[in-house]
Ligand binder design. Structure first.
Ligand SMILES: *[C@@H]1O[C@H](CO)[C@@H](O)[C@H](O)[C@H]1NC(C)=O
Ligand SMILES: *[C@@H]1O[C@H](CO)[C@@H](O)[C@H](O)[C@H]1NC(C)=O
Ligand SMILES: *[C@@H]1O[C@H](CO)[C@@H](O)[C@H](O)[C@H]1NC(C)=O
Ligand SMILES: *[C@@H]1O[C@H](CO)[C@@H](O)[C@H](O)[C@H]1NC(C)=O
Ligand SMILES: *[C@@H]1O[C@H](CO)[C@@H](O)[C@H](O)[C@H]1NC(C)=O
Ligand SMILES: *[C@@H]1O[C@H](CO)[C@@H](O)[C@H](O)[C@H]1NC(C)=O
Ligand SMILES: *[C@@H]1O[C@H](CO)[C@@H](O)[C@H](O)[C@H]1NC(C)=O
Ligand SMILES: *[C@@H]1O[C@H](CO)[C@@H](O)[C@H](O)[C@H]1NC(C)=O
Ligand SMILES: *[C@@H]1O[C@H](CO)[C@@H](O)[C@H](O)[C@H]1NC(C)=O
Length: 737
């Protein structure tokens, strides 16, 4: 019996082998490759034709290469050669638009009849309708259109893909909606359904349908504009393990009328964050004893921390952030959570008490955030509690705005796993301990706004993983030098304003980091302009105001000026004129500030204000050039500053009249021209600045009447610091001084 079986199997293999060889041969005639079915190859090529692919992800998809089974993102059946999977999800969704496939989906996709897995996530189909013929891909088990930018009504034909196990239609930037989701009832094998960001307002029947899906394990309905769930007579959701209802408009009626929620005994993941719940946290949650992840953040719960939390023995993640909880944090409910890894109680400003010594039992805790809770505790007491397990597992300690006092001590050096230490807005005093430099995992060190004093220890230069360091608004003094940064290769943000620090580095210093943000206001940097900034190609926020710079701005800096979204060089003794230089396009198109005020700059502002050929418009919202020695006409180039809200040109030596293009600043709220040498009349075009609230033209030589329309069209409060004395004409205008 056995041997015949072996023979039979052997024969079968031989048979298969010949078959495969035959196919091989037959393919060899037309093209040398095996595997791929010709009609499917054609279909893929048509699919590619309709897509633009800036990052060349589909480079391997070309006519010359016949075996489409070897193309990137294509998986075939090894025996039949049919395409089984298309994995075209964007591998770098955070890399801007660069790696997206853009365009439409050619209907030839329909020819891939054997497809079981289709992933088009995080591409850009530009708001086209989700293709209804997807419903004819009957073999699909996995369909992922997450973030693929489809729009409109989701086609009910998807309900015909009866084998579907995973369906992800989440996170479209365009509006996706459903008329009804009764079509879901056809998907009886569905295990994973994600409709996050789909507008489900029209589908009040939604949950009833979803309830009929017996295999469902994961249900994500985040930000679906849901207000209330129907009450369900019985629930079929018994296999549901993860439920995400965050970002909707649910309030307590969910608990009152839909208490089936508390019957979901197998639930492991439950997210109710960012809804409109208030009052007591419902005790029914205490029955969901398998929960590992419970997120109740950003609601208005206003009870004490419930004691029944202690029943959730498996809980690893608990967030109560951003509610109105009261009472104390030394709750029985918390101290028994021995599995807890992440605990977030922050932004409950009515909550008080102290971190209790019973927290010594929470030995698995890696991340705790108690920011903006009234603790009023000594830091060393807190550190004693969290170090008592001996393991020092803590990776993130966030205690901002908790009235924490005391000193930072060398005890901190024991927390070797710490990557985040945020203690901003507290009352910490004394010096920074050298042991801070031993926290070799540290990425984010935030000590903003305390009363720390003394010098900055050189050991901080050893924190080779450090990305963000904020020491601003303290009483630190002494000198910062190269050695303080020697190994900070990953630093992207450094902030030390509001101290008495001297920043003293060699003019030829090339720092090991590439900063994005640097704020050193009121540190002592000068007298020379910091030449090391030249190496910082990604810097877009720079505040070196009031830093005793007494120098000209080097030409390379003028050339780089458009890389800044926020640039504050004010209150120095910077002199010289603005040169005509090459300004590349702005790196980050976001509103910003350009402040050169209170310096000794002179000459014309033409090269700053007027763009050169092909240059894009300015993005700045604030432009402050006041208190310098600028002179000449105010250039008639304001059409390239469309976002300006505040324009301060006061206290300079500008002459000539106000240019007509001022009228293109339709967002402008404040215009200060005070104390210049300007002449002429108020241009009629200023009527177009319809958002103007403050107009100060005082101490100039303007002439003529104040136009009647000023009184009619502008609201009176807009002229609160208007100076009548500079007008010689007849005043038909009611000034408010
Ligand atoms: C096809 O064969 C390759 C290599 O032999 C294997 O890695 C792959 O899993 C097989 N694919 C399928 C769909 O069976
Ligand atoms: C769909 O793709 C996105 C992006 O790659 C991914 O985050 C998500 O988990 C996928 N959905 C499913 C159900 O696998
Ligand atoms: C599903 O397919 C059947 C037959 O294949 C067809 O009659 C029906 O209209 C389809 N339903 C939907 C919702 O497309
Ligand atoms: C629960 O599932 C069973 C079997 O799939 C089905 O017959 C029943 O109608 C479902 N109940 C509800 C309330 O949908
Ligand atoms: C929680 O479980 C207890 C005991 O099984 C039960 O009496 C109670 O009704 C349940 N609460 C809810 C809200 O389901
Ligand atoms: C720094 O401040 C401390 C006390 O605040 C003071 O004793 C010390 O002399 C200061 N050092 C320098 C260099 O100014
Ligand atoms: C910088 O870090 C490297 C490796 O992380 C280490 O070998 C080197 O000694 C450090 N240099 C200084 C000056 O600390
Ligand atoms: C501006 O753009 C046009 C068209 O792209 C080009 O011909 C011209 O040379 C550019 N001018 C400058 C100064 O770059
Ligand atoms: C003022 O607005 C009007 C109408 O919107 C427009 O035609 C005119 O060009 C604008 N004037 C200036 C100087 O922007």
């Amino acid at each position: 019996m056995k041997s015949t079986m072996v023979v039979f199997v052997a024969l079968l293999f031989l048979e298969l082998f010949t078959l495969v060889t035959m196919i091989n041969i037959s393919f060899c005639i037309g093209n040398p490759n095996v595997g791929c079915v010709d009609s499917e190859r054609q279909a893929l090529l048509k699919l590619k034709q309709d897509l633009s692919d800036p990052s060349n992800r589909l480079a391997s998809w070309n006519i010359g290469d016949g075996d489409c089974c070897a193309w990137d993102g294509v998986v075939c059946n090894n025996f039949t050669g049919h395409v089984l999977q298309l994995n075209l999800g964007n591998p770098n969704p955070n890399y801007g638009t660069g790696s997206k496939l853009v365009g439409k989906i050619n209907p030839s996709l329909f020819d891939l009849k054997h497809l079981i897995h289709l992933d088009l996530s995080d591409n850009d189909f530009q708001g086209i309708q989700t293709p209804s013929y997807l419903g004819s891909l009957k073999n699909l088990r996995y369909l992922n259109l997450s973030g693929a930018e489809f729009a409109g009504v989701i086609p009910h034909q998807l309900g015909n893909i009866s084998n579907l196990q995973y369906l992800d239609l989440s996170k479209s930037y365009y509006e996706l909606q459903v008329e009804s989701i009764s079509w879901l009832s056809g998907l009886s094998f569905l295990e994973h359904l994600d409709l996050s960001l789909v507008d489900l307002t029209k589908s009040s029947d939604g949950l009833v349908t979803i309830n009929s899906l017996p295999s469902l394990k994961v249900l994500k309905l985040s930000s679906c504009e849901l207000h209330h769930f129907p009450s369900l007579p019985s629930t079929n959701f018994s296999s549901l393990k993860a439920l995400d209802l965050s970002g909707n408009h649910f309030n307590n009626s969910l608990f009152q009328y839909s208490s089936w929620v508390f019957g979901l005994r197998n639930l492991v993941f439950f997210d109710l964050s960012d809804n409109e719940f208030h009052g007591k946290i419902p005790s029914g949650l205490g029955n969901l004893t398998f929960l590992r992840h419970l997120d109740l953040s950003s609601n208005e719960f206003n009870s004490a921390i419930p004691g029944w939390l202690s029943k959730l023995n498996d809980l690893e993640f608990l967030s109560l952030r951003g509610n109105s909880l009261h009472g104390t944090i030394s709750s029985m409910g918390l101290e028994k959570l021995t599995s807890i890894k992440t605990l977030d109680l922050s932004f409950n400003v009515e909550l008080g008490g102290q971190i209790p010594t019973s927290f010594v039992r929470l030995c698995k805790l890696t991340s705790i955030d108690v920011s903006y809770v009234k603790l009023g505790q000594d830091l060393s007491q807190v550190l004693d509690i969290f170090s008592s397990c001996g393991a020092y597992a803590l990776e993130s300690l966030v205690l901002s705005g908790c009235h924490i006092c005391g000193h930072l001590t060398n005890q901190l050096g024991q927390f070797k796993s710490l990557h985040t230490l945020e203690l901003r807005d507290n009352s910490l005093s004394g010096p920074l301990p050298p042991a801070l430099g031993e926290l070799s995992s540290m990425k984010n060190l935030d000590l903003f706004n305390n009363t720390l004093d003394g010098a900055i220890p050189m050991s901080l230069g050893q924190l080779s993983h450090l990305e963000l360091m904020d020491l601003s608004n303290n009483r630190l003094n002494g000198t910062l030098s190269e050695i303080h940064f020697v190994n900070l290769t990953k630093l992207t943000s450094f902030s030390a304003f509001g101290n008495s620090l001297i920043f003293k580095v060699n003019q030829s210093w090339v720092p090991p980091f590439q900063l994005e943000k640097l704020r050193l206001r009121s540190c002592h940097l000068g007298p020379q302009f910091p030449s090391w900034l030249r190496s910082q190609k990604h810097l877009f926020i720079l505040d070196i105001s009031n830093t005793r710079i007494s120098d000209t701005i080097p030409r390379w800096f003028w050339n780089s000026i458009s890389q800044y979204v926020y640039l504050n060089l004010s209150t120095n003794q910077i002199y010289g004129e603005i040169p005509n230089c090459d300004r590349p396009l702005p790196l980050v198109p976001s509103p910003g500030l350009l402040d050169l005020s209170n310096n000794a700059l002179s000459g014309s502002i033409f090269h700053l204000i007027c763009k050169r050929e092909n240059e894009s418009d300015n993005i700045y919202v604030y432009l402050k050039l006041s208190k310098n020695y600028f002179s000449g006409d105010i250039p008639d180039c304001w059409m390239s500053w469309p976002n300006l809200l505040v324009l301060n040109l006061g206290n300079n030596f500008f002459s000539g009249s106000l240019p007509i293009s001022i009228g293109t600043l339709s967002s402008l709220e404040l215009l200060n021209l005070r104390n210049n040498r300007m002449v002429g009349i108020i241009p009629v075009s200023i009527q177009n600045c319809s958002n103007l609230k403050v107009l100060d033209m005082g101490e100039n030589e303007f002439v003529g009447d104040i136009p009647i329309w000023m009184g009619e069209d502008f609201q009176v409060y807009r002229f609160s610091i208007f100076d009548q004395t500079s007008f010689m004409g007849l005043c038909q205008f009611n000034f408010v001084v």
